[in-house]
Ligand binder design. Structure first.
Ligand code: ZN
Length: 278
């Protein structure tokens, strides 16, 4: 296997789960919002099917509870199902017990959808930050083998610019796969997913991806189903928040298609198994 492959990851959640939406759609109102996850996931699934690419879906337990047939279908299509928490919390605002309870609830929801083997975890908004690194041991206790929740960049919520850029194993044995950055001029630059992918021109990611691979970093593309939605409901969000949540929405699928045409994709669990068996 190529030692620095491409990996496509999808955080499977509704449009209103993003932390940018907390003010206009608080959790108490989630069940009254329009669900868009199925139709948006179908767009991604058919594109993946067209190019015979398998991805890793980090599934929110809340969504698995309401759409178990969608999760089962994704699994049956050969994609990896991993965990994206149950209620989309900010991890560094939780106690260890609250975190443990949330993960248990998420695993139960995935189990109800027919998914028994779950190896990977991704924290909402990459909030597995230094004050809560001890939560990685909770993941190990529950049978996870890897965590994909570290973003070594400057960012007011989740940034950890001094965290390692390459995958590593914690002292207790959990594999940590940081999100992709390109090291340039003494700084780490993100480019391969979310708002970065939507707002940067389409030619940027292939070029920076090649450079990152030369630095020994796998290129992890990350998306959400709502990033391919051209009819997102209005909820009163405006200004810079709306731009960060929805800017470049129409460009996501064409950009993804180009990546799928050229890439050498693996699921995250395949990558982890291969990378650390060397
Ligand atoms: Zn999320």
């Amino acid at each position: 296997m190529n030692q620095v492959p491409d990996i496509l990851t999808i955080d499977l959640e509704e449009w209103f789960h993003g932390h940018n939406y907390l003010d206009c759609t608080p959790p108490s109102e989630w069940d009254s919002q329009e669900s868009r996850v199925e139709q948006n996931s179908e767009k991604l699934l058919s594109l993946l099917d067209k190019y015979n690419v398998r991805a890793t879906f980090f599934v929110l337990g809340w969504t698995a509870d309401r759409h178990p047939e969608l999760i089962k279908k994704i699994h049956d299509m050969g994609h990896e199902i991993a965990c994206h928490s149950y209620a989309h919390p900010v991890l560094f605002e939780m106690t260890q017990q609250q975190f443990s309870d949330d993960v248990d609830r998420a695993l139960e929801a995935l189990s109800q959808a027919g998914i028994e083997s779950v190896k990977g975890y991704r924290a909402p908004s990459f909030t597995m930050t230094p004050p809560v690194y001890c939560f990685r041991d909770v993941l190990l206790e529950k049978g996870f083998t890897y965590d994909c929740s570290t973003f070594p960049v400057k960012h007011p919520r989740y940034g950890q610019p001094n965290a390692p850029r390459k995958p590593f194993i914690t002292d207790n044995g959990l594999a940590v796969v940081p999100m992709t950055t390109l090291r340039l001029l003494g700084m780490n630059f993100p480019f391969s997913g979310g708002g970065y992918m939507r707002l940067l021109p389409g030619f940027v990611q292939p070029i920076l991806g090649k450079m990152a691979k030369r630095q020994g970093v796998p290129v992890i593309t990350y998306l959400h189903p709502w990033e391919v939605d051209d009819k997102l409901p209005e909820c009163g969000q405006g200004g810079i928040l709306k731009f960060r949540s929805q800017g470049g929405q129409a460009t996501t699928l064409p950009k993804l298609e180009k990546l799928l045409q050229r890439g050498d994709f693996r699921t995250m669990d395949e990558f982890v198994e291969n990378y650390f068996s060397l």
